[in-house]
Design a protein around this ligand. Sequence first.
Ligand SMILES: NC(=O)c1ccc[n+]([C@@H]2O[C@H](COP(=O)([O-])OP(=O)(O)OC[C@H]3O[C@@H](n4cnc5c(N)ncnc54)[C@H](O)[C@@H]3O)[C@@H](O)[C@H]2O)c1
Length: 412
Amino acid sequence: MKKIGFIGIGKLGLDCAEVMAENHEVRGYDIYPRASDSVKVCDIDELVNESEWIFIAVPTPHAEGYDGSVPSSHMEPRDFGYDAVIDAINKINVHARESKKVVLISTVLPGTTRREFVPRLARQHQFLYNPYLIAMGSVKWDMVNPEMIMIGTEDGNPNALAGELRELYNTVMQNDPRYEIGTWDECEAIKIFYNTFISAKIGLVNMIQDFSMKIGNIDVDVVTNALARSTMRIMGPKYMTAGMGDAGACHPRDNIALRWLAEEYDIGYDLFATVMHAREMQAKNLAMFLVEQSKQHGMSIVIHGKAYKPEVPYCVGSYSTLIGHYVKQAGHDVRYLDPLADDPAEVITELAEPAVILWAHNRKITYEYTGDQPDTLPYCAIPRNSVIVDPWRKLPAIEGLTVIPYGNTRNS
Ligand SMILES: NC(=O)c1ccc[n+]([C@@H]2O[C@H](COP(=O)([O-])OP(=O)(O)OC[C@H]3O[C@@H](n4cnc5c(N)ncnc54)[C@H](O)[C@@H]3O)[C@@H](O)[C@H]2O)c1
């Protein structure tokens, strides 16, 4: 049983700390009041001095307007903010009465740890960079079933501390994860380019969806399923279903921040701006389709799902609100149905009149990697004669409703 501390027990840190607490003595410190049944929330002095391992899971936020829930590809590229990490490091320096094993989890751009953090950490402490591949809605499952565990050391060699961290993780993992050991900078890069590969992949399949809508006689799923099965040259089947765009607190903003890095290092091109621009235009195309349906049927537009995915409240980086932005830009109102959304603006709880409804949430597709998942149930009674636009093409024909499988323009 190890003594572990988490600085920053928010959306990521608290669940991870609770997973660790199943086998270890875990403390948590946060600048905001937090509570837990299994993690002892305490002050910074106790956390630092009673913990052998200190995990830092504080935010590395992007500036307002850079999360991807509204258009941003036209805005000036910017780096994330690192004040909270620096504050955590300063606090460890001030409070620690002996050497600590410090592990940074927070997402940062490549090069940041070496430039900003390690020079600030008192030399008596040991340090690893260890970002997590974790998604909201499945934090605890992801924590113990990771695709890989990245451990960054100064020179990229698996030092003794990296070995100890591996042993620590072996006490909580449900799977047998692959370990990737690299320099701090390489692990920063693995984490952030993992995210942008996903964004690019979704951008590509949604591009095929756009073409299927324009050309006709194409079911996007026939195309993407064939590509997904083409494992000789292109990657596996994940993120190969066209639908809503990439979203959430991490992926859009990571691409947005990488634009800054491309400029900073004078790479000569900005693939990330292109990925984000494509994401925005795909959202606009879907918005224009909703507007067209709204005009055709004389019905208002409702988006079923405002949070960036089902089962979570977070509207940060939401593709639904990005689509809503373009609907409003075209002069139409938009309302959202979502019982969990943490942003109440334009959220309704029931529908009195038939509407054009974008079926944004699909639980089965979002969480299929965690095992069999039930379908998303309607968030309220859907009035007869409503038109449902299904960007995932999974809804069956429903009596009394028109269901449009967006991205399938085959006649049969
Ligand atoms: N949420 C995810 O799915 C996810 C996944 C992988 C990586 N990450 C990364 O992990 C980091 C944390 O993300 P999150 O989603 O948990 O953010 P969050 O904002 O939900 O949680 C961060 C917590 O840190 C606290 N905090 C802020 N400044 C602090 C300080 N100076 N000292 C102590 N506590 C402080 C906040 O009060 C908050 O509770 C970010 O870098 C993020 O990019 C998040």
